[in-house]
Design a protein around this ligand. Structure first.
Ligand code: SAH
Length: 211
């Protein structure tokens, strides 16, 4: 899995501007047991570099994409991060090893509750999961240094921009469902100005909810 991520990082360096991801990110990718985050039926494929079904029509993201999204945020140990789309909890576990605190929101109750139990069982103590619609962010714990969205939105939810600290970043797949989506990096400078940059065409499950 690690070799395959490294090869893909090299192959996509023109788009991402990086031929390899930071060592600390790759160390965590090598350490977190992905097989704990997939259903038993998917266990043989847990270390393949591809997304896998996790039930309820959802997927655990491709490891290369998890590494890319983690790397691109240039996170610091003192960061507080918001994740929208807990799914299996895998991305949250990866972040858990690299930042101070993660708040993660999942809209499907069963997935959210399962992820909460799984993360507790595996000892990821700095992750808090709640069930709800992540479109509105998590006001109570805002502002965040970084926000990571793991489902494709048609637009960047304004509440997330509001809950981002100056100097912070959002990584989010943006595009119409069943059409081209771009992994998009949103940065807020110290004056609060927003800049967006399309990184790479991607395929994510749709962002749902009532907005
Ligand atoms: N980060 C996950 C990837 C899960 S796929 C992992 O590592 O496994 C994306 C998830 O986003 C799905 O579980 C889906 O239910 C969830 N989702 C979609 N729309 C959402 C919304 N509005 N709020 C919160 N979660 C949402």
């Amino acid at each position: 899995m690690i070799n395959s991520i490294n090869q893909m990082a090299q192959a996509t360096s023109t788009e991402t501007g990086k031929s390899r991801f930071e060592q600390r990110v790759m160390d965590v990718m090598a350490k977190v047991p992905r097989h704990e985050f997939v259903p038993d039926s998917q266990n043989p494929y847990a270390y393949d570099n591809r997304p896998l079904p996790i039930g309820y029509g959802q997927t655990i993201s491709q490891p290369y994409i998890v590494a890319l999204m983690t790397d691109i945020l240039e996170i610091k140990f003192s960061d507080v991060v918001l994740e929208i789309g807990t799914g299996s909890g895998y991305q949250a576990a990866i972040l858990s090893e690299l930042v101070d605190k993660i708040y993660s929101i999942e809209i499907i109750e069963e997935l959210g509750n399962k992820a909460k139990k799984r993360l507790a069982r595996l000892g990821y103590k700095n992750v808090e999961v709640k069930v709800g619609d992540g479109y509105h962010g998590w006001e109570e714990h805002a502002p965040f240094n970084d926000i990571i969205v793991t489902a494709a939105t048609t637009h960047i939810p304004p509440p997330l921009i509001k809950q981002l600290k100056p100097g912070g970043k959002i990584i989010i797949p943006v595009g119409e469902h069943f059409s081209i989506q771009y992994l998009t990096l949103v940065t807020k400078d110290n004056k609060g100005e927003i800049t967006t940059r399309n990184i790479l065409p991607v395929t994510f499950v749709p962002f749902t909810g009532g907005h």
